[in-house]
Design a binder for this molecule. Structure first.
Ligand code: FAD
Length: 395
């Protein structure tokens, strides 16, 4: 059809969408815009923090999207979207016209939702919830802390990017402390009373990190309400801590451009048609990935890539004047409790009563009480999953 499709963001959602648009209809004119020249993936960034992999392991380049799939790629920050005139504007002064627009900008942070935690505080108490310089900062702090120091991880309430992510991070950091700084402790100060795969994580922690990790739920005064980056303190309603390393993961919204463009509702995320991901607030604009409200689908890289394929197919169908197929989507999330100890959760999704819902009996979590060989195999699957999804999205 030769129609112009612009994609904002080259992460799991955007890169996959751009590639699959060209696969489904090579005649499309597809342009991908990312503010960064390369994308550092959050998946496997926890392994970088503890020295299992280096930064190059999680770095994804965009050149194959161009050379192998014919996607035009620009490094620039999108600053405005006008659905009325179908135009995207960038910080570099460029203007892109589109027939269809896909927005996959990931998340941004609600600064000061935790008192004192703003962008400047994040340079001292890293969130490391976007991979890149924040990953390097947190890694350096872990390396520099004394044996016997305290690490605090403060996960937010729901919804947020990667529900099991903070607990995988706690596990791998505990493994690092056990090996390199065995007198140290790790405190998870949680804004929730339950979390993804919690029984499986706790089973692993009891086996390996019983004297290192302590998880404090919201009901036991775990929720961090205030930080002071200058004096290094972290506070809940009734306690004050002075950790050697504070990893504060604040509450989140859709990426700023989605807010600026008027694509978010009062939840801070973007309402979409559950079968096509077209915004319910702007015609011909589609939102996928962490920024979208996707019912039961967790905010994961796998969800974003699965949504990208559904969305690309829906766009190709509607451009041809055909009716898009009903949504069918999948997610699997592997987490490493140690390098040789993996756990997972999987689900298949369909639209039910106007909402993306997990199909009962379609997935589930790995079993409790599994033996070493089983956990080791799941850890191997985690690596295999990562390599194959990166190949699928960027190569
Ligand atoms: P992103 O992948 O974040 O991509 C957004 C892109 O948009 C970025 O490249 C950004 O530079 C660009 N961008 C944003 N705004 C603009 C703008 N205005 N102009 C131009 N470009 C812009 N998921 C899994 O499935 N499995 C895992 O094991 C897993 N582990 C994780 C571990 C951690 C520690 C974390 C934090 C997350 C993990 N996730 C995992 C979740 C996963 O990272 C996200 O769900 C996924 O990245 C969402 O994809 P996205 O396309 O929505 O956003």
């Amino acid at each position: 059809s030769g129609a112009r499709v612009v994609v904002v963001g080259g992460g799991f959602g955007g890169a996959t969408a751009a590639k699959y648009l060209k696969r489904y209809d090579p005649s499309l004119d597809v342009t991908l815009i990312d503010s960064q020249a390369t994308h550092f993936t959050c998946p496997f960034s926890n392994t970088v923090l503890v020295g299992m992999n280096d930064m190059s392991y999680i770095e994804r380049k965009f050149d194959k999207l161009t050379s192998m799939h014919g996607v035009k790629v620009f490094t620039d920050m999108v600053t405005a979207i006008d659905p009325a005139t179908k135009v995207v504007k960038t910080a570099g002064g460029k203007t892109f016209e589109y027939d269809r627009l896909i927005v996959s900008p990931g998340i941004d942070f609600k600064w000061n939702a935790i008192e004192g935690y703003d962008a400047a505080a994040a340079e001292i108490m890293p969130h490391a919830w976007k991979a890149g310089p924040q990953t390097v900062l947190l890694k350096k702090q872990l390396e520099a802390m004394p044996n016997g120091g305290l690490v605090v991880i403060a996960p937010p309430g729901n919804p947020f990017r990667c529900p099991p992510g903070p607990y995988e991070r706690a596990s791998l950091i505990a493994g690092y402390l056990k090996k390199h700084k065995p007198k140290s402790k790790l405190l998870i100060l949680d804004a929730k009373d339950a979390f993804a795969k919690d029984k499986l994580f706790k089973e692993g922690w009891e086996k390996m990190y019983d004297d290192i990790i302590e998880w404090v739920p919201a009901a036991k005064n775990g929720k961090v309400t205030k930080v002071n980056a200058k004096d290094g303190t972290v506070e809940t309603d009734f306690e004050k801590y002075k950790p050697a390393v504070a990893n504060i993961i604040p509450p989140q919204t859709a990426g700023q451009i989605a807010i600026t463009a008027g694509l978010t509702d009062k939840s801070g995320f973007c309402p979409v048609d559950p079968n096509t991901f077209e915004s319910t607030l702007a015609k011909n604009v589609y939102v996928i990935g962490d920024a979208a409200i996707a019912g039961d689908m967790p905010k994961s890289g796998y969800s974003a890539s699965s949504q990208a394929k559904v969305c690309a197919a829906a766009i190709v169908a509607t451009l041809k004047g055909e009716k898009p197929l009903p949504l069918s989507a999948i997610n699997t999330c592997y987490s490493l409790v140690a390098a040789d100890y993996g756990i997972s959760v999987a689900a298949v999704f369909a639209v039910k009563d106007g909402k993306i819902s997990s199909i009962p009996g379609s997935g589930g979590v790995s079993p409790m009480g599994a033996n070493y060989q089983f956990r080791k195999k799941e850890a191997d699957f985690a690596t295999g999953w990562y390599q194959s999804i990166c190949q699928d999205s960027w190569a």
